[in-house]
Design a protein around this ligand. Structure first.
Ligand SMILES: Cc1cc2nc3c(=O)[nH]c(=O)nc-3n(C[C@H](O)[C@H](O)[C@H](O)COP(=O)(O)OP(=O)(O)OC[C@H]3O[C@@H](n4cnc5c(N)ncnc54)[C@H](O)[C@@H]3O)c2cc1C
Length: 540
């Protein structure tokens, strides 16, 4: 069954749901999501959402902290907009029933790495889940939002798909919706829309170790790239310094690592090598509260130097009931693998966590393709620069969702075109794939390649190796894709390969080390190279 709507939203994380609520005030919305509606990076966010709430804090300080973390690459206007509009958007979240933790009648604002003031609102250590709960409750009350679960967007509908242009090389100028796979029936449908909002989240699954759930296969980045949309700064992948070593023994952490939030270091947590010694003082005067890239590289260096598989995070010296009260989720999860964090050190390793780069958008959340808007982790807005400040991503998502909702309102008012004649999905001549293991292996190979050669520390030689391997995987997978009836894994393999390609491409373009991109051949930042790496559908 095909659909037509005013606005199509891809993704049910904070960015997609927040925008859906705002857009439902003036238009009909279809929101598609890959699994059930709660499954998203948002749902696993622990630490919180940053905003200037305390009277002793200031916009200037939050802006300054964000710019410092971004290592010279943040777009100042974007940062200013995010920080200054933040408190209003937080009010929106509270208005729909989000319950942030309070202490003595005030919000319990906490501090995280890189912040000069306590400004993180949280809901204990389950902030994302609480926000997602409030958003879904509100969206469920809106009769003009239709949520389609288990629908995976495959590709955007653009000029390329118009019947008369089918075999031509016409440039894609407009977005008319998407083809999407119903993963329960394996049917591919067409959803046509006057405007499309991409809110499909991150790409952590391109790496072997990641805090991101299984859905985070970078589909939105890849779809945009294939449609010729401008993408920027893909080399800046944030590795979270502390994910729980050994969490994969728990069934729900088979494909993602359990995060030990930044807030644990904000709470006073100390990093120690396996023999119990501290080491952060050797790397940065802010020690455990240095920005994530510095902490992740310090841990990576200690692990490589010592040949250890993990380091420890210690909060045993803090009051036990305070630990359990503040971090119930972390306490319970560690307990399930036999670690009592009030008495024992927590074994941790870095994991791929967040993509600072993505689909290039302007201050109104517009992409370079007419009719396509984007917000949330899939975008490059300019606010994170070369490194994201902790707890700024949920904030960025709501500020830009709000912007997208406003821009789309204007867009659909001015563009009253009828729906165009776009053909249905044609899979004639394709076969059901009877060697699915080949695709499973491809996915594993991409993850290993990226972890081994395009991780926390890079080199020209490692990037060259990764490029050759990813290019081979691309050729093999594309030839299979063309003759196979679509199913989820083959789509995800295709998207992971495209994301790997984009990360390598941008990493090769940046001939310096800056923020999250550290390359041993160019260990210093180049003051003359203060620009974004922008790519647009280049050859694999
Ligand atoms: C463990 C963890 C902890 C974090 N902690 C914090 C924190 O404390 N503070 C903070 O600011 N940030 C945190 N982050 C980052 C933050 O959670 C994310 O950046 C943010 O939630 C992204 O929101 P989003 O709406 O853009 O994407 P998501 O929340 O990931 O939502 C994406 C949605 O798109 C859907 N989707 C994807 N592909 C398709 C497709 N092809 N078709 C249809 N649907 C699709 C997914 O199913 C999902 O519903 C954390 C991230 C993780 C993983």
């Amino acid at each position: 069954m095909n659909y037509k709507t005013d606005v199509l939203i891809i993704g049910s994380g904070i960015a997609g749901l927040f925008a859906a609520l705002k857009i439902s005030d003036y238009a009909e919305v279809i929101l598609i999501t890959k699994k059930d509606k709660t499954e998203s990076n948002t749902n696993y966010a622990q630490g919180g959402i940053a905003s200037v709430i305390d009277i002793n804090d200031s916009f200037e300080k939050h802006i300054e902290d964000t710019l410092i973390a971004g290592a010279g690459l943040c777009h100042r206007e974007a940062v200013e907009m995010m920080v200054k509009e933040g408190p209003e958007r937080i009010k929106d979240l509270i208005g729909i029933g989000t319950k942030f933790t309070e202490r003595n009648g005030k919000f319990d604002l906490v501090k995280e790495g890189g912040h000069s003031h306590s400004r993180i609102l949280h809901a204990k250590d389950l902030t994302g889940q609480e926000i997602e709960r409030a958003l879904i409750n509100s969206v469920n009350l809106k009769s003009n939002i239709l949520i389609l679960e288990n629908f995976t967007a495959i590709d955007f509908l653009t000029e390329h798909n118009l019947k008369k242009n089918k075999n031509s090389d016409i440039e894609n100028k407009n977005c008319y919706g998407v083809y999407a796979l119903n993963s329960q029936t394996n049917e591919v449908i067409k959803i046509e829309s006057k405007a499309t909002l991409l809110a499909s989240g991150g790409l952590g699954q391109v790496y072997l170790h990641t805090t991101n759930p299984k859905i985070a296969t970078g589909d939105g980045f890849a779809m945009a790239y294939r449609a010729g949309v401008k993408i920027a700064n893909m080399e800046f992948i944030q590795f979270h310094p502390t994910s729980l070593y050994g969490s994969s023994s728990l069934p729900e952490f088979e494909s993602r690592s359990f995060l030990i939030s930044e807030a644990v270091r904000g709470f006073g947590g100390i990093l120690r090598t396996k023999d119990g010694n501290t080491f952060m003082e050797k790397y940065d005067s802010r020690k455990e509260l240095a920005p994530r890239d510095i902490v992740a590289r310090a841990i990576d260096n200690e692990l490589k130097k010592r040949g250890d598989e993990f380091i420890y995070l210690d909060i045993t010296f803090k009051n036990s009931s305070e630990i359990i009260e503040r971090f119930p989720n972390i306490y319970n999860t560690c307990k399930r693998i036999g670690i009592d964090i009030t008495k024992e050190f927590i074994p941790v390793v870095p994991s791929a966590h967040y993509a600072c780069g993505g689909v290039l958008v302007d201050k109104d959340a517009k992409t370079s393709l007419n009719g396509l808007y984007a917000c949330g982790e899939v975008t490059m807005t300019g606010v994170h620069g070369a490194n994201r400040l902790a707890s700024n991503s949920l904030l960025e998502a709501i500020v830009y969702s709000h912007k997208a909702a406003k821009s789309i309102k204007e867009f659909i008012k001015e563009n009253k075109n009828d729906f165009l004649e776009i053909p249905d999905w044609d899979d004639s001549g394709t076969l059901t794939h009877d060697e699915k293991i080949l695709v499973t292996h491809t996915i594993k190979e991409v993850k290993h390649t990226m972890w081994d050669y395009v991780g926390i520390v890079r080199s020209k030689q490692r990037l060259e190796r990764a490029k050759t391997r990813v290019s081979n995987l691309y050729k093999e997978n594309e030839s299979l894709y063309k003759k196979t009836k679509i199913y989820n894994d083959i789509l995800e393999a295709r998207n992971l390969i495209a994301c790997a390609h984009m990360i390598i491409k941008c990493a090769e373009m940046r001939k310096e080390s800056r923020g999250l991109h550290y390359i041993i051949d160019y260990p210093e930042s180049d003051p003359d190279y203060l620009s974004d790496t922008i790519i647009q559908n280049q050859k694999f």
